[in-house]
Design a protein around this ligand. Sequence first.
Ligand SMILES: Cc1ncc(COP(=O)(O)O)c(C=O)c1O
Length: 454
Amino acid sequence: MSEQSIKPILDQNACDFSATGNDSVDALVQQRLQTMGPTSVLFYREPLVMERGEGAWLYDSSGRRYLDAYNNVAVLGHSHPAVQQAVNEQLGQINTHSRYLHQAGHDYAEQLLATLPAAAPLTDPRLLFTCTGSEANDLAIRLAWLATGRKGILVSEAAYHGNTFLVNQVSPSSCRQLPDWVATFSLDALRDESISAARAEDIIRAEIRTALTRLEQHGHQCAALLADSIFSSDGVFALPHGFLAAAVDEVRAAGGLFIADEVQPGFARTGEAFWGFNRHSTAEQPLIPDLVTFGKPMGNGYPVAGLVAADNLLQRFAAEEGYFNTFAGSHAAIAAAQAVLNTISAEQLQQNAAETGAYLKQGLQQLQQHCPRIRAVRGSGLFIGVDIATADGTQADPGYTSELINQLRRQGVLIGAAGKDGSTLKIRPPLCFGRGHADIFLTTLSGLLSGDDE
Ligand SMILES: Cc1ncc(COP(=O)(O)O)c(C=O)c1O
């Protein structure tokens, strides 16, 4: 596949804006087009008007409930009272920008930094707040350029890293023409998780070397590998453990840095580790990024994001370029972020992600035994990808994948599509998802796959 032919990720999940058959929804869609314009995308062929959320459930304007198996923003669950109360109280007291001293911000930074390995190259790590994951990745690339004096960036074939002008250019799933300082690598060979670790490492090393050569052919040296360690938009590639470390090894041998984008796998989602990159670490060979970026789940819906970098690099950046972000790390943002950290620990959500995730994955693997349409099940914790094929199981089937997602939505279960051709079901529920929720999900999916739906 060429570096420019990935199906845009937004298209994979979008509403087509044609009539839905529901007059009040159609009227809202038209009003949205006339006020917000065509780039304001919506989920599902029949878009939803959501009015309320609680735990893993969302309620539409008619009061119908939907099981949310898609939402990594509401990591704790929708409308979690701890976040609501913390932000409410803070908004009633003060919420102003980042240029005042603020004890709670320091306390939060200290706690978040304590969850990361404080070893080289993350020596003397510091947390810099942003408002979105896109801003954090934008900054990470600027820092990598400054640190290395190079421009080349490696990303996976269908990666998504955000929406600023800069990060759009390192996001093959949204950028229509990648610049020549970006080269991609494929994860196709890792679709079957039973591949041996040694084989996976050989393959990924070869992929990275090829991508490095492509950069060189365009006159660029590698500044960094930017990777979402669960490879969410590529279609979820979690195993075998260690393949990412091999990729980083190749990049570092070529003088590049490793930026771990934790917007998707971070904050306990994979169950195995609090941070996604840590899943590829071993005691003998710890995988420590040069830069780590955070986003969506960090505030459970309140916009707060950030980046961790070594102090000496930030010192240089401050001296040579400087950075200011009005809303980043505001009082309310910190209140939300602190409530999220506290609740993940108090409600043992990492453990739940591991246990419920394993249960759900096993259920999907059982379904796979007698359903040729399921070609592969991959994932870790509550982040699972399911490759969907034609009825004879021979080829990827993006059309049916989209159909399935829309049928699930009609039956009250929400998920999305991922992958370079849009043929992977992306299952990524809030971390309060329990076995009961997993059973509802499995029964509904199984009913649709076996043609038992009404
Ligand atoms: C891996 C990854 N990085 C970065 C981003 C950008 O985050 P935001 O939309 O908060 O800017 C996303 C968004 O989906 C993402 O999936």
